[in-house]
Design a protein around this ligand. Structure first.
Ligand SMILES: [Zn+2]
Length: 153
């Protein structure tokens, strides 16, 4: 059975992998195995999330389609299919990364750690079942409207 593991590598780790592959003599499968070793070394966790089954946000949540708002200081995701602020249930979460600051150190000197948290979302109305990630190692500033995903629309 195939399992999908989402991994995020730091720029230093990518540099290391690039230099390894440029030196040659390393097969693709070896390179991938090395990438996974680097991933584990950096403190990335593959906590049992979604019962270890593959997960990734679908088209329904991408490109600005998933929105939400705060009520008090709690944040609520809205169902992208039902609209009209239909609230999604958050069934579970998984910590995919929690470690020292490695990415974009210059751009965010005040960051205290690197993290990525995945949320499993469910709509009791239309039965949408999806995933979204919140992370501090993606965009470090700027305006999302200038991003490639929305620009392409
Ligand atoms: Zn819905």
């Amino acid at each position: 059975m195939m399992k999908r593991v989402d991994i995020t590598l730091s720029e230093d780790q990518i540099k290391k992998l690039k230099s390894l592959s440029q030196k040659g003599g390393m097969s693709f499968s070896k390179l991938i195995r090395r990438a996974i070793e680097e991933y584990h070394k950096a403190g990335y966790r593959t906590k049992e999330f979604n019962k270890g089954e593959p997960f990734h946000g679908s088209e329904d949540v991408m490109d600005g389609k998933l929105t939400g708002l705060t009520d008090t200081d709690y944040f609520y995701f809205f169902c992208p299919k039902c609209g009209d602020t239909q609230i999604l249930q958050v069934l579970d979460f998984g910590i995919l990364k929690d470690g020292p600051v490695e990415r974009y150190k210059k751009e965010r000197p005040k960051a205290k750690r690197d993290f990525t948290i995945a949320f499993e979302l469910y709509c009791p109305e239309c039965k949408l079942h999806d995933f979204v990630k919140v992370s501090n190692i993606g965009w470090a500033g700027g305006k999302l409207k200038d991003g490639w995903a929305l620009k392409a629309k």
